[in-house]
Design a binder for this molecule. Structure first.
Ligand code: ZN
Length: 446
């Protein structure tokens, strides 16, 4: 039975789905630049969630959205649209930018062996639904018009501050001096933005007799309404989404449709790199291709991500990535061994799944894998649960080579280093390298 931390109650709860199929929505990327490894961690954690549900025999229907309009540089309603920014940077149209980075994102997604969502939802495919939602919010008395667009009056939604436990009075006091636009409350936000004469915004739709585009938060509420039907079971995102983006999604869903958006909300934490926030100015923005250039595969990175808990802050270093890579090699070696000797089903997988069912405790599950004797059947289930391509990547070796590997280990244990080196050279002739690590000796084909 799966237990998960629910942001709504701020505690770990038993998961109980509403219907036969678990409905999940994952806030996806804004497709205006290449995803860095920090962006990708969320999708790795939520993939584990989906795989855990499937291991528990649930059916899953998941939507992952692609934001190709309306996400401004600032999460508040000012600054440039990120897609426009990308287009300017690369001398392309916003549509070309969206295509390019959707492609790149999906390539990373597939390289990481992440479970395909049932629906990839592109924000610009839901503009009609957005317009219907704004109409409905207006009809229900939740919006007002300013020169800038249609705004949500957050004072009309009594529970607005509850989800993020916002201190609205504090927010008001902290609002910048001279806060003098037409917003009625400091937390009000645009559900629809108008495009003014002369303003550059390529993506535009007619609404209320003038050009405009949807506010960022709206797409998630309307896509969920159209594709899944609210309330859904689990809504996932990053902890940075809690105070504004998810708070506003909840408010919009209530105002447009009169329902709660989701029963459970799960949020993952950030990673830092060498103890620093990921930022261009620090030169630590790595993509999967940057890791590949340094000899690390997408699977090595996934192995690293899942070695820690989704709610913890994680610090990425190349040393820790190297350790994750070695650990994965050690696991692959153990699979190769399974083909050489008979192993019975050890029942270890039940313990591994139990750790995952305990609020996705992948770190504990990894420790169980390290310390248990797994049969080939167990490894198959481990591979399905984590999607680490362990079996397909496990080296195929002959009986004779395997005997040599064992003999080398024996020689090392007996401190017969001359014989161990001899065997290492013999293995090298067979294109196999061996190195010793905290996971024991790991070997691989050159
Ligand atoms: Zn969202």
């Amino acid at each position: 039975m799966l237990r998960i931390y629910n942001t709504v109650s701020r505690k770990v709860e038993s998961f109980k789905p509403t219907g036969d199929t678990v409905k999940i929505y994952t806030c996806g990327p804004t497709v205006y630049s290449e995803a860095h490894i920090g962006n990708l961690t969320a999708y790795i954690y939520w993939d584990l969630l989906v795989r855990a549900l499937k291991a528990d025999d649930y059916k899953v229907r998941r939507v992952l959205n692609l934001t190709d309009v309306g996400h401004l540089v600032s999460d508040a309603d000012d600054g440039q649209d990120k897609l426009e920014k990308g287009a300017e940077r690369e001398g392309k149209t916003v549509w070309e930018i969206a295509e390019k980075y959707i492609d790149k994102f999906k390539r990373d997604y597939h390289a990481l062996e992440l479970t395909e969502p049932e629906i990839w939802a592109r924000a610009t495919d839901y503009i009609d639904e957005d317009i219907r939602a704004v109409d409905s919010m207006t009809k229900n008395g939740f919006t007002y018009e300013t020169a800038d667009g249609i705004y949500y009056d957050t004072s009309k939604f009594e529970r607005y501050a509850d989800f993020a436990r916002l201190d609205l009075e504090g927010l008001k006091a902290g609002a910048r001096v001279g806060f003098s636009d037409e917003k009625r409350n400091v937390s009000d936000f645009a559900v629809w933005k108008f495009i003014h004469e002369g303003e550059k915004h390529e993506m535009r739709w007619d609404y209320l007799g003038r050009p405009g585009y949807p506010g960022w938060h709206l797409e998630c509420a309307t896509i969920i309404h159209k594709e899944l039907g609210e309330p859904i079971d689990i809504h996932t995102g990053g902890i940075d989404h809690i105070p504004i983006h998810h708070t506003n999604e909840i408010a919009e869903c209530y105002a447009a449709y009169g329902h709660d958006l989701s029963k459970y909300w799960m949020h993952c934490n950030f990673i830092t790199i060498d103890g620093e926030k990921i930022s261009k100015s620090l030169g630590n923005v790595y993509s999967l291709s940057d890791l590949a250039e340094r000899g690390f595969s997408a699977m090595d990175y996934k192995m690293w991500v899942l070695s820690g808990h989704y709610q913890g802050t994680r610090n990425f270093t190349f040393e820790s990535l190297e350790a994750a890579k070695t650990r994965r090699l050690a696991w692959r070696n153990r699979i190769a061994e399974c083909y050489q000797k008979d192993t019975n089903n050890s029942g270890a997988f039940e313990k591994i799944l139990e750790a995952i069912n305990n609020n996705l405790n992948s770190a504990e599950a990894y420790a169980i894998i390290d310390n248990s004797d797994l049969s080939l059947g167990d490894w198959q289930k481990v591979d399905e649960l984590f999607g680490l391509k362990l079996i397909v990547d496990s080296p195929k070796i002959s009986e004779e080579t395997y005997a040599l590997i064992l003999e080398r280990e024996k020689a090392r244990n007996e401190k017969d280093f001359a014989r161990a080196d001899e065997i290492r050279d013999e293995l090298a002739k067979r294109r196999i390298t061996v190195k010793d690590s905290i996971n024991g000796p790991v070997w691989q084909y050159l």
